[in-house]
Design a protein around this ligand. Structure first.
Ligand code: HEC
Length: 94
């Protein structure tokens, strides 16, 4: 492998890592299914409401985790990540 190819590969790897860091690590498709249980109390309209309370991705994840603890058994950290990714992709868009 030439020196040039090598540094190009490193650059690509760094860019990929940087791109991944922007996204929540959850799977929005799975999150949408897991989120079904949340619809017992409210629809999705409160996520898109102008008066919604959540102002950051971090706050969103914490709130999803809080609601996840309401269930027995509680939602897993993976479920929380998935639902956070789904809500962010379709509603909050942080
Ligand atoms: C027992 C009823 C109940 C369940 C179950 C429930 N929620 Fe909620 N949720 C509420 C109520 C009531 C509010 C509004 C008041 C508040 O924020 O405390 C709310 C607010 C929220 C908000 C804040 C919206 C905003 O930006 O203002 C999020 C996010 C949320 N719920 C997510 C979820 C998720 C995800 C689940 C499932 C894991 C869930 N909720 C399950 C009752 C519920």
């Amino acid at each position: 492998m030439s020196k040039h190819t090598h540094s190009t590969l490193i650059l690509v790897a760094v860019l990929l890592l940087a791109a991944c860091a922007q996204e929540p690590k959850g799977d929005p498709v799975r999150g949408m299914q897991t989120h079904e249980v949340c619809l017992d109390c409210h629809g999705t309209e409160l996520y898109a409401s102008p008066t919604r309370k959540i102002k950051s991705l971090d706050a969103l994840r914490k709130d999803v985790a809080k609601w996840g603890d309401y269930y027995a058994p509680a939602l897993t950290p993976q479920d929380v990540d998935d639902i956070t990714a789904y809500l962010n992709r379709d509603f909050y868009k942080f």
